[in-house]
Design a protein around this ligand. Structure first.
Ligand code: ATP
Ligand code: CA
Ligand code: CA
Length: 434
């Protein structure tokens, strides 16, 4: 299984697929965004448009390097979703279609999905199973309404849903979504938590080989870890998680997890940041040393100059952040004023959510977190898994329990593990006293 992030260049096996994906996205997004904005209609949720690309081009599509077919699903809905997530249309296109495009993570999960990062590391393209694709289309309206009513949702942000097919090839469905992790900060620990213990263990011995592996529930418990949020952030976080999970329960979704990347501010960014950030995304373990071919974002001179100019501008015009959005701003670090994440509570501390103490004063870690992998419907397969696993294990521990209980267990586990160090110690003393 390929697990190392590799640059997808002309020699890469998936070059043609990646090229076609990006060409299709560029065409479809420009096409929709060129039109005057308008309100969504019911028909927008079911819409799909098919395009044929070929080397000569035709009246509808420009010429492309390869022959392929591309389908764009619910383009207006996704345009509005991108708007709600405050993405700038031009930035979105540049990120996804600049020349040395993507790096591929291969297939980190068990599902066989492939992950590609946009060059600037902001977006992830995830190939999804046909069933997940059909399911997303089915729930799109519920998802949209939820995003509309919960701008601070923790759920994965979907920006596009497409299908690509080369002649005689199979149909590949994929979504474009947010990368939870930052391009510019080292992630020192990653956890993928479900609230289940069965099979939820990363072999600690393998950590040496792959110090940035994604750890799971049992590793979390073994470390006695918690999400260190003081009262204000804890309340906001748990309330939002409950709302998000309610939706997932209502839609009979399960198997999702809370992905947490922890940046330790005291450690800060170590040398070799670029290689290390990439490794964070290798949940299956590093099987090869990352080589020099692994393009990562070295900003061009032009980009750096632009950024510097923006920062100068920002210093001049900086407004105080209202207290009610009390995201403990980095004192000495300026944030990218154009980063849309700044507008969202759980992503407003330099793209993440900073730990706080009992008195809500800023803590030593920034969490980059969100609920991911939320397109698995509690289908027949899951019911069968339930049946088989249920024979051997107690039900409260297996991961394939029905969506209602899955969600309750998830919320219980995460809430129970959200506490400051001070609170954790107090709890321990109280327990000892009993
Ligand atoms: P499975 O179904 O076996 O769990 P999957 O192929 O559906 O796997 P996910 O669970 O979605 O994959 O993700 C696998 C890993 O990829 C995560 O543990 C995480 O390390 C990384 N990942 C997924 N989504 C994101 C995201 N939005 N931002 C950052 N990393 C992500
Ligand atoms: Ca998963
Ligand atoms: Ca999955």
């Amino acid at each position: 299984r390929v697990v190392v992030g590799t640059k997808v260049d002309q020699n890469h096996v998936n070059w043609v697929t990646a090229y076609n994906m990006l060409t299709g996205i560029r065409f479809c997004v420009s096409r929709t965004n060129a039109k005057m904005d308008r309100e969504l209609t019911d028909a927008d949720f079911d819409a799909k448009h098919k395009f044929s690309f070929d080397i000569t081009g035709n009246e509808l599509t420009p010429s492309a390097k390869y022959d392929f077919k591309f389908k764009d699903y619910a383009p207006w809905v996704f345009r509005h979703l991108r708007g709600r997530f405050r993405l700038d249309p031009a930035d979105y296109l540049v990120s996804l279609t600049s020349k040395y495009i993507l790096s591929e993570l291969g297939s980190p999960g068990k599902s066989g999905s492939f992950f590609y990062f946009s060059r600037d590391y902001k977006y992830i393209i995830k190939t999804i199973h046909h069933a997940e694709h059909k399911f997303l289309r089915k729930i799109l309206k519920d998802y949209y309404n939820h995003i509309r009513d919960n701008p601070n949702t923790l759920l994965s942000q979907f920006y596009g849903l497409h299908r690509v097919k080369i002649p005689y090839g199979r149909k590949i469905h994929f979504v474009v979504m947010n990368n939870l992790f930052p391009p510019h900060r080292d992630i020192h620990r990653t956890f993928d938590l479900k609230g289940s213990t069965i099979g939820r263990d990363f072999r600690e011995e393998d950590l040496e080989k792959n110090p940035r592996a994604t750890l799971k529930d049992l590793n979390w418990l073994r470390r006695d870890a918690s999400l260190e949020f003081g009262p204000t952030k804890k309340k906001a976080f748990i309330e939002q998680m409950q709302k998000d999970v309610k939706l997932l329960q209502r839609l009979h979704i399960m198997d999702y997890s809370l992905l947490i990347g922890i940046h330790d501010l005291e450690r800060g960014n170590e040398e070799n940041l670029r290689d290390k950030t990439l490794q964070v995304f290798q949940p299956g373990g590093v099987e090869e040393e990352p080589g020099p071919s692994m393009l990562m974002r070295t900003p061009s001179k032009l980009e750096s100059a632009r950024k510097a100019k923006e920062l100068r501008q920002m210093i001049k015009t900086q407004k105080p952040v209202p207290m009610d959005q009390s995201s403990n701003k980095m004192p000495d670090e300026l944030q990218d004023p154009k980063d849309p994440k700044r507008n969202f509570y759980f992503y407003s501390d330099d793209g993440g959510f900073r730990a706080t103490h009992e008195d809500d004063s800023p803590g030593e870690e920034i969490y980059y977190l969100g609920i991911i992998d939320c397109l698995t419907h509690y289908s027949l397969i899951k019911r069968m898994e339930h049946f088989f696993k249920g024979l051997a294990n107690t039900e409260s521990q297996i991961s394939a329990i029905p969506p209602e209980r899955y969600g309750d267990r998830f919320v219980k586990f995460i809430s129970g593990n959200t506490k400051t160090k001070e609170a954790a110690e107090r709890e321990k003393r109280e327990q000892a006293a009993e």
